[in-house]
Design a protein around this ligand. Structure first.
Ligand code: GLC
Length: 517
């Protein structure tokens, strides 16, 4: 049971309106109460924060915004005292344009060692004025930016699959792999329990950087034939990372792998590669029986042939929150509550994104001037980007910032994204003692999953179910039923251990799920 912390938005200990490591440390008691085994902390490395920290200027230091290295050491120490493991987020595909390697590359002439750590190329067409290929950036616009050479002339281009401030590294250069190994060891030796690896299906690029057959104009999506990702040579990189991790047998890697095909997905979690990889099928499935069943089946099938554990996630810092995805309002919340029971009934690792346990919706009406996701600018203000799922957590009290930042008698900084006043009823404080709150549902579900023998076994079995519903069982004896139809359906026989909606006799209400033993 992993809990994903988006540190900017979790808890602010120093009152600057931005969450930090001290804030996470102060909330460890809450995380222990929730029952999580580990936290995955999104990047806290030194960064100019163009992409929320996924633009890393020094991978072996903690940004002062988050409290510096001492705050990380303290978080690890205190988390371990509570039996909570700490997974950091590393970004192997690219660096910040403020990384010393990139500033050196910009200051050097073409063709030298400094540029060979990135993907600098001459442009096409007269005077090299056209980008070297037709790749778009995931955040909009071309994936290439032209530089001005040290002598003042228009010069080469460099590749950035994401923002121009995130130049892609050249993993064919052994210096890049060696430096990444240093970073892994640096954090493992400081007591970190593992890593979430950003864009783990990136890194390796096809020889010659050929044009894409079809240039996709949709932002923030991946497809299996996209030459920017999932190049077979990436597996050699993962084997190298695994050789280091194997010297730290307690540590884990989890890759962000946006690959649909089950066989190709499974390749990332072969015994000598990543330990786990995020499977996003469940997050991508609509709330309907058939697609949910297909998502579950495929997620399991993708990893069982290589002997890895499945992973489950309903949302993260890049995806619209599930309450909103499932329709918003009471219906969206009911469905999200049903889905957490489905998810926690499955074998494998579950990743819960901070705020899901409070049933937070996406905030889709943030004022334009506060939007920070580079997608907003890069799309020419046509895509609002991902800020709506990154609004700070409401902890307590009746008005924003709801204890996210310390109370400074009206003088404190506003939270970096404003928290809707309507979240007063969604605060941790408001939900903690309410038995039917979403937070209580999560707490009970996590506790039962960890304690009950019925959850044993790493397989599931599908049972016949009424139309629009799903029923599956675990070998230990747990049965999970979810009703995605508009009518109540019969509950499977047995005792109800937990249900996501108030019980109505032997019926399972629409948009709800139950565990039966
Ligand atoms: C991953 C991260 C996302 C980031 C991107 C570039 O997809 O999850 O937040 O913008 O990589 O690093």
């Amino acid at each position: 049971m992993f809990y994903q912390v988006y540190p900017r938005s979790f808890a602010d200990s120093d009152g600057d309106g931005v969450g930090d490591l001290g804030g996470i440390r102060d909330k460890l008691g809450y995380l222990e109460l929730l029952g999580v085994d580990a936290i995955w902390v999104c990047p806290v490395l030194r960064s100019p924060m163009v992409d929320g920290g996924y633009d890393v200027a020094d991978p072996r230091d903690i940004d002062e915004t988050f409290g510096g290295l001492a705050a990380m050491d303290e978080l690890i120490r205190q988390a371990h005292l509570r039996g909570i493991r700490v997974v950091m987020d590393l970004v192997p595909n690219h660096t910040s344009d403020q990384h010393p390697w990139f500033t050196a590359a910009m200051a050097a002439a073409p063709g030298g060692d400094e540029r060979a750590r990135y993907l600098f190329r001459d442009g096409r067409g007269p005077e090299g004025a056209q980008p070297p290929n037709n790749w778009p950036s995931i955040f909009g616009g071309p994936a290439w930016t032209r530089v001005t050479e040290p002598d003042g002339t228009p010069g080469q281009w460099y590749l950035h699959i994401f923002a121009p401030e995130q130049p892609d590294l050249n993993w064919d250069n052994p210096e890049v792999a060696a430096d990444f190994e240093r970073t892994l060891r640096f954090w493992l030796d400081r007591g970190v329990d593992g890593f979430r690896l950003d864009v783990a299906h990136g890194m390796a690029k096809p020889d010659g950087l050929p044009d894409m057959a079809q240039v996709s104009t949709t932002l923030l999506v991946n497809d299996d034939n996209d030459p920017r990702f999932n190049n077979p040579r990436v597996h050699e990189i993962h084997r190298g990372i695994r050789r280091v991790l194997d010297e730290y047998p307690e540590a884990v890697t989890i890759g962000e792998v946006w690959v649909d095909d089950n066989v190709r997905f499974g390749e990332y979690v072969r015994p000598d590669e990543l330990h786990m990889a995020f499977n996003f099928r469940l997050a991508e499935a609509p709330f309907a029986a058939e697609p949910l069943r297909a998502a579950v089946e495929n997620s399991i099938a993708a990893v069982t042939s290589v002997g890895a554990a499945p992973t489950w996630t309903l949302s993260n810092h890049d995806i619209e929150r599930e309450v909103t995805r499932y329709g918003g309002g009471r219906e969206g919340l009911d469905r999200a509550r049903a889905m957490i029971l489905l998810e926690l009934a499955l074998p494998g690792a579950v990743f819960l994104y901070n705020g899901s346990e409070l049933g937070l919706p996406n905030v889709n009406d943030l004022p334009e001037h506060v939007l920070r996701d580079p997608v907003w600018e890069r799309s020419g203000h046509t895509e609002r980007g991902r800020d709506g799922c990154r609004v700070p957590i409401p902890w307590e009290g009746g008005a924003p910032p709801f204890g996210f930042s310390p109370d400074t008698e009206g003088g404190g900084a506003a939270s970096w994204l404003p928290i809707p006043a309507s979240w007063a009823e969604l605060t941790v404080e408001a939900q903690l003692e309410e038995l039917d709150s979403t937070l209580s549902l999560y707490r009970m579900a996590i506790e039962l999953r960890g304690a009950r023998p019925e959850f044993a076994g790493d397989q599931i079995e599908w049972y016949t179910s009424p139309p629009g519903a799903l029923v599956f069982g675990r070998p230990g004896g747990l049965v999970c039923a979810l009703n995605a139809s508009p009518e109540p359906v019969a509950l499977p026989p047995g005792d109800v251990l937990l249900s996501s909606a108030p019980r109505t006799g032997a019926l399972l209400a629409p948009n709800s799920a139950a565990w039966v033993v």
